[in-house]
Ligand binder design. Structure first.
Ligand SMILES: Cc1cc2nc3c(=O)[nH]c(=O)nc-3n(C[C@H](O)[C@H](O)[C@H](O)COP(=O)(O)OP(=O)(O)OC[C@H]3O[C@@H](n4cnc5c(N)ncnc54)[C@H](O)[C@@H]3O)c2cc1C
Length: 468
């Protein structure tokens, strides 16, 4: 039986990063993945393919709506070739997952293709795809088995017309009317893809705003921008049935007043969140306990109740984000090597890759109010930037929240072009406990979108933004 210092179960961004860091630190490492490609949800059916589809559909929308204004005439009709769009997306996925295989080889990590399940706290059985079984001995195990799309109890996901994000990345036709249940990140990103490609898109959200965990100002601004793109929103609607009738999907919901509203479409994307995935893992055999939400319970060191078994990523508490999983993978590897790493969960940024992009780090206004912390607000509109006007992407703003007495930055919230990349300035500033004035006094290249961060910081410092 082969023995390892560490076995990692699951090869998503949590698992593969954990494996690389363990190998870098000199541990003999194995990674077990049930699918034939590495990279987990993120690389195969999550972050990467969704961004590939967002980018392709964005190019199409630009070509149809904006090229002429830029002085670019395209003779003839501009058409979507969905098959090619999906082929390109798959090419990006394939290249990226092969890259992970390369990194495993480079770091001398043994890759097992098969379903890993605990026999006990140190033995892991691998049911391989070729039908054979192998057991390995692992001094330590890191569970990184991720998550799967969740649904509502009364919905039957037929995966043809009542679909999850996974199928939405593989459609054979452009829906005429896509009903999106859930106004969170995944529903809005994929809803926007199909809206750009020509579908009618209706979002049904249970809460009274979209992206409900983010700052309310961002929810409002994103909804305004997406309404301009003709996405329809139905807030405070409680879906109560989803029925497939031939090529139609009929969704019934109760609105705020309790009146029944019926939506008829040809596809229904169910994007109501994701559930931790532990099927087939047999954690009971190792004695690992779960929390009351069905996630693997861990302490501050990401250790389960069984001392040599750790868990990271979507399968444990906290935001279901690839970069959060990666940080946790690194942290566990370093703990196993005797180091004392730390993650500041307050500084894990959240991003929505719609256009305009939405990004945030730190506390929202709602959280600061609830905690009774006195704060100042500095906000600056993108449309006041020369760069925004040059590229005709003028929607959105940057908002900086700073402590009323110390001026320390407590939250950075932004919506606009390139905010997914811009937010790292907020993360860096907060990591070094910068004040709003620190950001305001830093030179920001002109003309860039980053000037909005400086201006918002100036506004927060003592209401002295220069360009409004
Ligand atoms: C459409 C979509 C878009 C997204 N976009 C973003 C984004 O832009 N940014 C972002 O940060 N996050 C995004 N996410 C979320 C992100 O994908 C997850 O947070 C991330 O993949 C979690 O990583 P993980 O390592 O915990 O698990 P996963 O990536 O889910 O990987 C778990 C792996 O474990 C394997 N596995 C499970 N059980 C076993 C077993 N018993 N034996 C062997 N292998 C097993 C699975 O097959 C899988 O490959 C998106 C998700 C979706 C669905």
């Amino acid at each position: 039986m082969t023995e390892y210092d560490v076995a990692v179960i699951g090869s998503g961004p949590g698992g593969y990063v954990a494996a690389i860091r363990c190998a870098q630190l000199g541990m003999k490492t194995a990674i077990i993945e049930k699918y034939s490609t590495l990279g987990g949800t993120c690389l195969n059916v999550g972050c990467i393919p969704s961004k590939a589809m967002l980018d392709s559909s964005h190019h199409y929308e630009d070509a149809v709506k904006h090229f002429q204004e830029h002085g670019i005439d395209i003779p003839g009709e501009i058409k979507v070739n969905l098959k090619q769009m999906i082929t390109r997306k798959q090419g990006v996925v394939d290249m990226t997952t092969k890259g992970i295989q390369f990194l495993m080889d480079k770091n001398k990590i043994d890759v097992y293709e098969g379903v890993g399940s605990f026999k006990d706290a140190t033995h892991i059985d691998i049911a391989k795809s070729d039908g054979k079984n192998e057991t390995i001995l692992a001094k330590n195990t890191i569970i990184a088995t991720g998550s799967k799309p969740s649904t509502l109890p009364f919905i039957t996901l037929d995966k043809e017309r009542v679909i999850t994000s996974t199928e939405a990345l593989e459609l054979k036709e452009i829906p005429k009317h896509m009903i999106v249940i859930g106004g969170g990140v995944i529903g809005l990103e994929l809803g926007q893809v199909y809206k750009r490609l020509g579908s009618e898109v209706s979002v049904i959200e249970y809460m009274d705003r979209i992206i409900p965990t983010m700052d309310a100002g961002l929810s409002k601004e994103l909804m305004k921008a997406m309404k301009k793109q003709k996405v329809k929103f139905n807030l405070s609607h409680k879906v109560k049935s989803v029925e497939r009738k031939g090529k139609e999907v009929i969704v019934k919901a109760d609105d705020k007043k309790g009146n029944e509203v019926t939506f008829t479409g040809d596809y229904c994307l169910v994007s109501v969140g994701r559930r931790p995935y532990t099927d087939g893992l047999n954690v009971e055999a190792a004695g690992v306990q779960m929390d009351d939400r069905g996630k693997i319970a861990v302490n501050d060191h990401l250790q389960t109740n069984v001392p040599n078994i750790y868990a990271i990523g979507d399968v444990i508490r906290g935001a279901m984000l690839a970069h959060k999983a990666e940080e946790e993978g690194t942290m566990v590897a370093e703990i196993l090597a005797g180091q004392k790493p730390h993650i500041d969960y307050n500084l894990i940024p959240g991003v929505v890759y719609t256009w305009p992009e939405v990004a945030a780090v730190g506390k929202t206004e709602e959280q600061l109010k609830e905690a009774g912390i006195a704060y100042k607000v500095g906000q600056f509109p993108m449309r006041a930037l020369g760069r925004a006007r040059a590229s005709m992407d003028v929607d959105g703003f940057v908002k900086i929240l700073a402590d009323a007495s110390t001026d320390e930055v407590l939250g950075v919230h932004m919506i606009g072009a390139r905010c997914a990349d811009l937010i790292s300035e907020g993360v860096t500033a907060m990591e070094f406990r910068a004040s709003a004035e620190d950001i305001a006094r830093m030179s920001h290249a002109h003309p860039t979108y980053s000037e909005a961060v400086k201006e918002a910081a100036l506004a927060a410092t003592d209401d002295r933004a220069l360009h409004v």
